[in-house]
Design a protein around this ligand. Structure first.
Ligand code: FYN
Ligand code: ADP
Length: 594
């Protein structure tokens, strides 16, 4: 940087003195300086981070401008939550922390949901927020957007740091990157008070203060005993099962995981975001016999999957508890995950690549594949379910139902297995998960561990920006509402995103009635026959109103082929959904009735 700050200071002085200073400065060989803005940008670039997702405003507007001027990709959103979700998805897809940049207090808070969600899902991201002046905030003197952001962020993320001096920016960014990526990945908060950005220092010293982080996610090799213990357990199993979670997808150990599944011959179940690690059409996939294998398996190998609510905590009817206890092997990078819900007989602690390859190496040449009785029983159930599903998918009811609409999307994904599939909603999510097969790793992005709504457009933008591949976002009409305004972002950057809104006039469905006789509609009901497609047209994208499977098929094929931002308003039978999709049992009233 040159003498921008010196000129500014000079301008504040008496004009004559300023002129004198300037003429001296012009004659003296100038010392190169840098400032907080450039140190932040240089530190990110030094660490291979080339994209920022954010929303400009005080005090980070100039940071976004300068980052763009310095060659970074700066993607501006309409609401910070979606910028945060984009950063989280970028982190999941790339194993580099996604960066979300927000303004102070309200902007920071808007980004916080995404930061907490990223941490819950083990996605590496860094929320960088500008903040107000420490001296004023700490004395609670009412600064512009006053808030003790660091204290608020701390319990919601993996680590939180604040940088007060320009010479510490390098350390601050290095610590944030390391915290986000090492061990179990997660969200990190970095607080940068407004004053920091204009602090200057000598350019050479500034450069020397930056840190290029070496080996931020070091391999963690499992102990030989833990590998042997796991293999012994697996060898003794009569009905073994492998469960792949999104940790396995994140790990990018695709070849090792495939080798483990195929060499052992053990049936596997993918959790939602692990779909496609092996193609869903793989003969060892037990997805279409899910309830059966969970109940019947005797030894279960968890690979980057937690025994949380999504897996009924490893207990109860889902796991066939009445048939006797199961034995678990769990591969995870976080030792504290082990025994979190049930006893784990064989923990294997390390990174998934190292753990899985150690297991494969230990299989030996005389590995016996699982008994045919087990694999045959699974195949039988699977075939039955698959043919039942095929019949349902072939039907063409009018109006469309979830199945007929998803059958079209399923075929498009089969033709473009490289496309990223984003999915949220209740019924829209649950039906799509079992109907739309995935063929490649890390192509499915969804509501994850929390079942959060609102990830749709943020994840879609990130997926398109990061991969350059077509994105197909299948959205419940309620879910879409959380991030719908970001279709402007999609149009502004001309991203190859096709959003399909499953419009059934309400949350879950559109048929609820207000029993009280007052004029308000029921809490779950939306404006009937809304035209979400017009929203995309408003910003220059393509909007399509699809009332039949054929219309949907044509519009989707065109969108994927052209790469033009498109929104298809897919009209779904308003009576078709069920309350909370497949997790009805979590509704308190329903649970009480059971
Ligand atoms: C699966 N199935 C199939 C297929 N794939 N049948 C035929 N063909 C194919 N390809 C069967 C499978 O065997 C199951 O039947 C059923 O379809 C459902 O499978 P799924 O979706 O894998 O399993 P399930 O039980 O829904 O999974 C549990 C879960 C999941 C908790 C992991 O529901 C989930 O990820 N839920 C997230 C929900 C969420 O977050 N919602 C957002 C909040 S909505 P059976 O074997 O007969 O059981 C707020 O309201
Ligand atoms: P799912 O929801 O698909 O079951 P979870 O998010 O519950 O997946 O679990 C992911 C698990 O993967 C977490 O316990 C996390 O610690 C673990 N994990 C994430 N990345 C790695 C990795 N590189 N190596 C080992 N374990 C990992």
């Amino acid at each position: 940087m040159s003498s921008v700050t010196t000129d500014k200071q000079a301008a504040a002085l008496d004009p004559a003195i300023a002129r004198a200073i300037k003429s001296i400065a012009d004659e003296t060989p100038e010392q190169e300086t840098t400032d907080g803005f450039h140190l932040v940008i240089d530190a990110l670039k030094l660490n291979g981070i080339d994209t920022i997702f954010g929303l400009p405003g005080i005090p980070i507007t100039d940071l976004t401008r300068m980052a763009q001027a310095e060659g970074m990709r700066v993607i501006s959103f309409r609401h910070e939550q979606h910028a945060g979700n984009a950063a989280a998805a970028a982190g999941f897809l790339t194993q580099k922390p996604g960066i979300c940049l927000t303004v102070s207090a309200p902007g920071f808070l808007n980004g916080l949901t995404a930061l907490a969600n990223a941490t819950t899902n083990c996605f590496p991201m860094i929320l960088i927020s500008g903040s107000s002046e420490r001296e004023i905030v700490d004395l609670q003197q009412g600064d512009y957007e006053e808030m003790d952001q660091l204290a608020i962020a701390k319990p919601l993320c993996k680590a939180a740091f604040r940088v007060l001096h320009a010479q510490d920016i390098g350390v601050g960014i290095a610590r944030a990157i390391r915290a986000a990526l090492s061990g179990r990945p997660g969200g990190v908060y970095l607080d940068l008070p407004a004053k920091l950005f204009s602090q200057t220092m000598e350019a050479k010293a500034g450069k020397a203060s930056l840190i290029k982080v070496v080996d931020p996610a070091p391999r963690q090799i499992p102990s030989a005993e833990s590998v042997k213990r796991a293999l012994d357990l697996l060898k003794g199993a009569k009905r073994p099962l492998i469960l792949l979670g999104k940790g396995a997808a994140y790990a990018q150990a695709d070849a090792d995981i495939r080798a483990l599944v195929e060499k052992t011959g053990i049936p596997y179940l993918p959790m939602s975001m692990a779909k496609g690690l092996l193609p869903d059409t793989h003969e060892q996939s037990a997805a279409a016999a899910r309830s059966y294998v969970l109940q019947e398996a005797d030894v279960v190998l968890l690979v980057g999957a937690r025994l949380n609510w999504l897996l009924s905590h490893g207990k109860g009817k889902t796991w066939g508890a009445e048939k006797g206890p199961k034995k678990f092997i769990q591969i995870d990078i976080a030792p504290t995950e082990i025994d979190s819900n049930v006893a784990i007989e064989a923990p294997v602690i390390g990174d998934i690549g190292s753990c899985v390859s150690a297991l494969v190496a230990g299989l030996g040449s005389n590995w016996a594949k699982p008994p045919a009785e087990w694999t045959g029983a699974i195949a039988e159930r699977k075939d039955k379910n698959l043919s039942k599903m095929a019949q349902t998918l072939a039907a063409r009811p009018s109006p469309m139902n979830f199945h007929s609409a998803l059958s079209v999307i399923r075929e498009q994904v089969r033709q473009r297995p490289d496309a990223i599939f984003v999915n949220e909603g209740a019924n829209t999510l649950d039906f799509a998960r079992s109907i739309v097969d995935m063929y490649e790793p890390r192509k499915r992005l969804d509501v994850g561990t929390w079942g959060i709504m609102g990830i749709g457009m943020g994840f879609s933008v990130a997926a398109a920006v990061i991969t350059g591949k077509p994105v197909i976002a299948v959205e419940g009409d309620s879910a879409f509402g959380f991030s719908g305004m970001e279709v402007e972002t999609i149009c502004r950057y001309n991203l190859p995103v096709c959003v399909i809104v499953f419009n059934n006039n309400g949350v879950y469905r559109g048929t609820d009635v207000n029993p009280s006789g007052t004029p308000d509609v029921a809490p779950t009901v939306f404006v009937k026959n809304a035209r979400y497609d017009k929203l995309m047209e408003a910003f220059g994208g393509v909007g399509v109103h699809a009332t039949t499977a054929d219309e949907l098929q044509k519009a989707l094929a065109e969108a994927v082929a052209s790469g033009r931002p498109t929104l298809i308003n897919a009209v779904i039978d308003e009576t078709a959904g069920t309350e909370s999709g497949r997790i009805t049992s979590l509704n308190p009233a329903t649970a009480k009735k059971k």
